[in-house]
Design a protein around this ligand. Sequence first.
Ligand SMILES: [Fe+2]
Length: 284
Amino acid sequence: MKVTSGRISQEDREFYKTNGYWVSPVLFDEQEIEDMRKAHDRIWSFDYDGDGFPLDEWRPNSNPKMLRKIDNSWWINDTIKNTVTNPILGQIAAGLMDSTEARLWYDQVIYKPGTGKSDKDTQASGNVGWHQDYIYWRCTNHENLVTAWIALQDTDLTNGCMSVVPGSHTWGLLEGSDAFFNRDLESVKSRIAQESGKDWKEVPLLLKAGQVSFHHAYTIHGSGQNHSDHPRLSVVAHLMPHGTAYKNRGHNVDNIRLLGPRPKEGQLFDNDYFPIAYSAETEQ
Ligand SMILES: [Fe+2]
């Protein structure tokens, strides 16, 4: 870690409040990035820490250009666990969420294969369709959650960086934003733009290796093809503020399951499956 504190300025908070995203300085150093890249290799090779299993096992696809994604790999990889519960990352998230605490909601490890320059496909297998994260998280009692996206290499439009629609976190939840797996970015864009009735503007998030972008759970985001010759690797931490509880809206059954056999409306997501990344109470 190059940075020793996750305190953010009032200006940073205002930027996030206005735009629904914020990009950090480089938080992770070369060794940490290398360790996370090794964690990727091990995860895709089913080489796990401990004798447990991830929430859903990743299955190799016959199409090598297909996006790879696995949820809650902190269960089976210690490097990922330390990364997604990193207290500095957590403190930044808590600051953006205006909370005294940041707990892990879940993590994602994402591998976007490189297709090379010549392969131009408007519906490439590595595309991530425009979506709002909260469309998948309606089992939480509010939308003030934040996603931290950690770049494990310099990331820009040439290798399929994420883009966000600034201010879209104020547009409310859009039914058409349920499109993570829809690779046709243009058609999803016109559908969401029409439903929102707002002007659509995209900002690509250009990150150096070790930088982290944070976005609100309502912020519309997506990413296109990786035209480089190398995979675009990332580790993603979804974090929630103090007091986040279960709401019976029938979404994200995976995480409901982690509350125990009989989850009840109002039950806090506060057990060992949702570890604390940062708490102001324990800060020294
Ligand atoms: Fe997302």
